[in-house]
Design a protein around this ligand. Structure first.
Ligand code: SF4
Length: 220
């Protein structure tokens, strides 16, 4: 499977706006299955990652030559000594598939759009797990990944990610003047690494049972 990871049907349904067990028509189920199979077969994912030392003072995060002012990120990275920046893309196929599908069926185009979102999420989870395992072996524990544009972490920091990781050259992802990425199914993120082990969940603080009490939760 070129994507390297299965696209969970539950994720596709969530991106389509279905909450919980919803009965959908056999036609919709078939379109979801077709979109998943197509993307698992023809996506060409790529990623780049790089580790940096990080310091956090108040709401200021410093790494490499950049300074980030973000209350939520500073909380999430408190106690971290290292971090990994990464960028990942599912590749251009998803955008082409959605465009092609939209000509004949907006319903199928929606399935492809949702399957693409679930595909890049599953691919990022795969990378996330690799980074987590690699650093755990060195005694550093991963916090949930955090992306520019989330909470008060300004989307303009995308430019720093692109410069520090040489993203366009390595992955082919382009950053538009309005800070959108092309292909659209692309993600940039930071993962904090701390010597203190927390019961973090990959799905993020929003899904963590500790979110109301944890001092490092990005969800206040
Ligand atoms: S709330 Fe949960 S996921 Fe978030 S930092 Fe705390 S332990 Fe980790």
């Amino acid at each position: 499977m070129p994507l390297g990871v299965a696209i969970p049907e539950s994720g596709v349904r969530r991106y389509m706006g279905f909450r919980g067990p919803v009965d959908t028509s056999p036609e919709t189920d078939a379109m979801i299955a077709k979109a998943i199979a197509s993307l698992e077969k023809d996506c060409s994912p790529k990623y780049v990652s790089k580790a940096f030392s990080v310091t956090v003072e108040g709401f200021t995060v410093k790494l490499a030559d950049i300074t980030i002012e973000s209350r939520a990120l500073a909380r999430n990275l408190a106690g971290c000594t290292e971090c990994v920046l990464f960028a990942a893309t599912a590749g251009p196929f998803c955008d082409m598939l959605v465009k092609r599908a939209a000509v004949t069926s907006s319903a199928y185009a929606s399935c492809c759009q949702a399957a693409g979102a679930a595909a890049i999420e599953a691919y990022c989870d795969l990378i996330n797990d690799k980074i987590k395992d690699e650093y755990e072996a060195k005694g550093l524990y991963a916090r949930p990944r955090f992306s520019p544009g989330y909470g008060d972490l300004a989307l303009s920091h995308q430019k720093d990610w692109f410069r520090l990781l040489d993203i366009t050259k390595i992955t082919g992802i382009e950053l538009t003047d309005s800070l959108l990425m092309v292909p659209t199914k692309s993600v940039t993120a930071i993962i904090g690494l701390s010597p203190n082990k927390l019961p973090c969940v990959r799905q993020g603080c929003e899904a963590c049972t500790m979110s109301q009490t944890c001092a490092f939760s990005r969800k206040e």
